[in-house]
Structures are given as structure tokens and as C-alpha cells.
Design a protein around this ligand. Sequence first.
Ligand code: BDR
Ligand code: CA
Length: 311
Amino acid sequence: MNPILLDVDTGIDDALAIAYAVHSPELEILGITTCFGNASVEETTRNTLQVLEVLGAEEIPVIAGAGNTLAGYPPREKASWIHGENGLGDVKLPLPTRRPLDGNAAQFIISEVRRRPHEVTLITVGSLVNLATALRQDPEIAGLLKQVVVMGGAVTVPGNITPHAEANIHADPEAADVVFRSGVPITLVGLDVTMKTLLRRERLEDWRRENTEVSWFLADICDFYMNAYHQEVDASLGGCALHDPLTVGIVIDPSFVRTTPMKVRVITEGEERGRTVGSEHLSSHVQVALKVDSDRFVSHFLSRVVPQVSF
Ligand code: BDR
Ligand code: CA
């Protein structure tokens, strides 16, 4: 089993990533930490607890993290046009029956990494503020993490929140800068590959036919995401991007992507703020995913995210 920590800003594709991870026996989820991003940290924490309740995975610890950027500024406007006002496509769920654990995300990351040195993979699918905070408090964890798989950046393609920047890096470029400079081994899963991993509308009908609480919930939240992609992103794509699930996928099977070692620098100033600039460098600690076997990944994701009901 592969011990993982998930750092999320739940979010519709974050919810898909959580479901994929929960249903993957290769992964041992040590805990889920939250931060601002698709919605406020209070909302992303509530959403994470709610998603875990729908999945019947209430045993997984949830720890709230940063509500502001590393530099202490309030987050930019939340991404309600993609994820809905509540972050989950405006699908209503009962309030969670439990609260997040006491403590904060950065401390939890430090203690789990120190408890299992060189074993833990951290998957980040939101801004990098929790990891940057942890690295500032305990820089040695950079050498104790097995690896960090980051959903973020756009090295060879345009951004999605500005022409230059991807949303997770743009949410807190200073935090991303701290992480990329720390020397921690990183696999960067950016728009270069995630925009090629599409969930098509027909799959939502397949899920509804499964007729379980999980399958209806995922289909309902993805309806919103699908419509948003159609109206706000690119109708010609014919689906919505599986950004966050791809990071989970490559921890299960790294051959879903092909990576290139690159030095990656984050632009923190001016109109290109939040841009990730990469240049090939054989001995870099950053591997950038530039090719993806999307058919094989999407099939694997679909075989896991909604457990099949046997009649
Ligand atoms: C990333 O931004 C967020 O809106 C998504 O959840 C994903 O993590 C894509 O750029
Ligand atoms: Ca996310």
C-alpha cells in the first residue's frame, strides 16, 4: 500500500479525485488537508467532510488548512462559475455529522511525514499554501517526503485563469515558489496533460444507471461542471477535464504519463504572475508530465470512481 496525504480545495474535480482515491486499494489515505481555492477554506473543509460521508469513508481524518495566502492575503474570488456557489455544483447535502480534527494542515503534514519518513506521497490539488507553510516550519521534510504530486501549472500550454497561469499556482504564486525551490521531489501534473483527460457526458448517464447514492451524487455535481466547461471553457472539448483525478491516477500507475525532468520557476510579479516556466534539466528534482495516455487513464478512473453494483 502506498501511504498518501491529499491536500484539496474541494471543488468538483477534487471530489472526483477523493472518490477515486477512496476506491483504490493501492492507496492508504492518511488524511485529507484543505485550503482555500475553489471556495473558502470553511466551504472546502465542509465539502470534503460531506464527500467522505457520501462515500462512507468517515474514518479518514480531515484537517483544515489555510484560508489566506502564504503572504497573509485573502484569496481571490472563488471559482463559482466552474464549481458552483457552494463548490459542489450547488448540489445540496446534509451538513457533515463530524468536525475536522483539531490542529492545522501544515502541522498534520509535518507529523505524518516525520512518522513515516521517505514513505509518504503528498498529492496537492489546490494551491500550495499548506505545503509551503509546512516547509517553512520544518524545511527537513523536503528530504523526508517520498514525493509530491502537484496538480498545477501550465508549462507548454496557456493558463486557464489568466493567459499565462493555471488556477492552483495563480491562487498563491509565492507558496508555489517556496515549494519549487525547496528541493522536494515533485511530479508536476499541469494543464499540459490534464486538459487531455476528459470526462464525457454519456458517462454521467452510465453512473445514473448504477443508481447508487455515490453514482447519483457524482453525476449531479458533474452536470454543473460539464455545463460550465461547455459554456465557460471550450464547448468543442466535448467534456470536462479530470485535472485532480489524474494526480491520483499517476500515484497508482505512473505509466499513465510520460515526464521530462525540468527546472521550474514560478513568476511572482507582473502580468505573468502565476506562470510556471520550465527548462529541460537532466538532474532536476521536478518531473513535468508532458504526455498522457488519456484513454488508459480515463478507463482506469471510470473503473474505480463509481463502484459497480452487482445485481
Ligand atoms: C485546478 O483548479 C481548480 O479549479 C481545480 O479543482 C483544479 O485543481 C485546475 O486548474
Ligand atoms: Ca482542485
